[in-house]
Write a protein that binds this ligand. Structure first.
Ligand code: ADP
Ligand code: MG
Length: 228
């Protein structure tokens, strides 16, 4: 077996409150898996994503992603790690409204110093694959929610991250757009992309994920395979 792409070991995260946001959590994710993290509001889902993305550090325990000790990175190291290793998709897209669709998708490549020609080729390929090539010169404000989320996914994949993280990616979409994004994430995983997503959308969890992990009060309540 190859080393897991995510290895979380005995992680506790405590904020100022007495109740930890995550408590003694141990979790491994193998390359190529799609894992849905479920749990009520306040159960620790976003905290878990933030620790994996290197946006926050555990109070105790270790977070290793693709062989890298994320809990030990400096701020600059964490920014670089996110640029190179992690794609992130959010509920409300987080696109830059003053940039065109194409420029939004190009941004991570520019920050990573990818040569301009190669970046444009990659962006064109992704926009085409995600069905939004026709909107490349538009500003995000002109697009539907589903189209914006496709652009956000293209941006997240720009630097070929080994790990795609998504926090409620269908949470702000109408049912038809949510179905599009579900299909898209399922296709990406079928093509080998490792995905960890937080969702309340059971249809998304069941169609895309091969495994469900449920948190309750910062602890692992359930970790089950989804029947194919
Ligand atoms: P979820 O994403 O499952 O709704 P969170 O991970 O956001 O849950 O939050 C888990 C717990 O940690 C909650 O009790 C929340 O209030 C607390 N929490 C999260 N972030 C912070 C923070 N920055 N400061 C203090 N408490 C926080
Ligand atoms: Mg959350």
């Amino acid at each position: 077996m190859t080393a897991p792409i995510i290895e979380i070991r005995d992680v506790t995260k405590t904020y100022d409150t007495d109740r930890p946001a995550l408590a003694e959590l141990t979790l491994q994710v193998a390359e190529g898996e799609a894992v849905a993290v479920l749990g009520r509001s306040g159960s620790g889902k976003s905290t878990l994503l933030n620790l994996i993305a290197g946006l926050d550090r555990p109070s105790e325990g270790t977070v290793t992603v693709a062989g890298q000790r994320v809990d030990r990175l400096t701020e600059a190291g964490a920014a670089r790690y996110r640029r190179e290793r992690i794609g992130m998709v959010f509920q409300f897209f987080h696109l830059l409204d003053d940039l065109t669709v194409l420029d939004n998708v190009l941004l991570p490549a520019q920050l990573a110093g990818m040569p301009a020609g190669a970046a444009r080729t990659r962006a064109a390929e992704l926009l085409d694959r995600l069905g939004v090539a026709g909107h490349r010169s538009a500003f995000p404000g002109r697009l539907s929610g589903g189209e914006r989320q496709r652009v956000a996914v293209a941006r997240a994949l720009m630097n070929r991250p080994p790990l795609l993280l998504a926090d409620e990616p269908t949470g702000a979409l109408d049912s038809a757009s949510a179905a599009d994004v579900r299909r898209l994430l399922t296709e990406l995983n079928a093509a080998g992309q490792t995905i960890l997503l937080v969702t309340h959308d059971t249809a998304l969890a069941e169609s895309c994920a091969g495994r469900l992990v449920e948190l309750a009060d910062g602890r692992l309540l359930r970790d089950v395979a989804v029947a194919a």
